[in-house]
Design a protein around this ligand. Sequence first.
Ligand code: ADP
Ligand code: MG
Length: 297
Amino acid sequence: MSIKVENITKIYGSQKALNNISFEVKKPEIVGFLGPNGAGKSTMMKILTTFINASEGEASVNGYNVNTQTKNAQQSVGYLPEHNPLYLELYVREYLNFNANVYKVSKTRVEDVIELTGLAPEAHKTIGQLSKGYRQRVGLANALLHNPDVLILDEPTTGLDPNQLVDIRNLIKTIGKEKTVFLSTHIMQEVEAMCDRVIIINKGEIVANKKLTELREGQSQIVIVEFDYRVEEAFLNKLSHVSHVKNTHGFIYEITFSTTEDMRSHVFDFAHDNELKILQLNQKNASLESLFRELTS
Ligand code: ADP
Ligand code: MG
């Protein structure tokens, strides 16, 4: 087992940040640790990376107990902290070489991680000259230097613009083919885009631990469509897999389908066959988002 957490509780003064938490993560697997701000995500990650001790319970990484086999646990884990602390005035290669020295990792490994994280075209710049997306790559490269089996990434995609987001997600997915990745986020879409499984935490307690495929079963889909003219709701009910139609305002309708198949083209064909014009057409997966809201509100 790559990560094993058994009955972990963490108390800061009078504040209980984690309350009797247990879960496991296998290799290779990308698991999302999802929860609102203050849920206890960073606290759990700091315990797994041996930065802080739990008040009660046991945790191990790669089979090494974080309290009693700390050195081995540290060697097994790469960590990208929440606010990715970097030395902005250092050059990318300088920074990674420095850490390679500290970790007693060869210089060729530095070149390997630069290649792996797509940093090569930017490696001659100072970290301060890089975009947020490239800074995250430096953080990932740093976490990968000692070639750990387990990667712990604390909110790796928070604050990235949409293009950077796609690049970093793809990079994490690539890394996750070989390693165990445990990443935190407060956004359900991040989990949907990257993870095999999600562990949802709220107020220090685990409220769900499920494979994404399980969550998607029985999921509904909402298509939002605007026609150029009024349409009877009963008429739209003739579409296949429809479970609910609601005229939200004007000629805009929210149509709920009980299928995971993308229904936009069916709506488009339906409009065409009935000589309706579509002014806008959008789709959203309703239930994963609302499930998260239900579990954490
Ligand atoms: P998350 O990462 O999910 O936003 P954290 O693990 O950072 O949550 O925090 C969980 C709770 O513990 C919060 O209420 C936070 O204020 C509290 N907390 C975190 N670190 C400390 C600390 N060093 N001292 C006191 N309270 C803390
Ligand atoms: Mg946090």
